[in-house]
Ligand binder design. Sequence first.
Ligand code: ADP
Ligand code: MG
Length: 141
Amino acid sequence: MERFLTKSPRETDKLAKILAREIIKFKSKIKSALIFGLVGELGAGKTTFIQAFAKGMGIKKRLTSPTFVLMKKYKNLYHIDCYRIKNPKDILALDFEEIISTPQNIVLIEWAEKIKKILPKNKIWIKFEIISEKERLIKFL
Ligand code: ADP
Ligand code: MG
């Protein structure tokens, strides 16, 4: 398990950008979609992380929080927010199955624990813990 303690939103941005750039290097060699399940309470930094990740991927357009929009798509990058999801089935209406089975896709899901049942096995969990006002413990597992 990798864990990082960030001491500001800027440090979280940096971590997400580094990860995105590393992924760009090997993504074409992977034969399946890359799925990240982001977990952590409100304000833990999930959206901050995803926005910086998208920038690191070279996406110029600013990603707005999809808290009211379930899903946002930027080329092969999908940002899904399950905060308002009551039933995992609700997400299937978004062609979720197809999204997660298209090899070139990168899918980042906030509140992913809510749809655990329908997530594939090969996902990476990113857990965010609030340590103090400006500190976040970010764990990859
Ligand atoms: P979530 O999507 O998990 O609800 P957001 O990314 O929307 O969280 O919000 C995180 C909030 O916490 C932002 O207001 C951000 O400025 C603040 N924050 C403070 N310290 C950090 C940090 N180290 N990493 C990320 N966000 C931080
Ligand atoms: Mg959020």
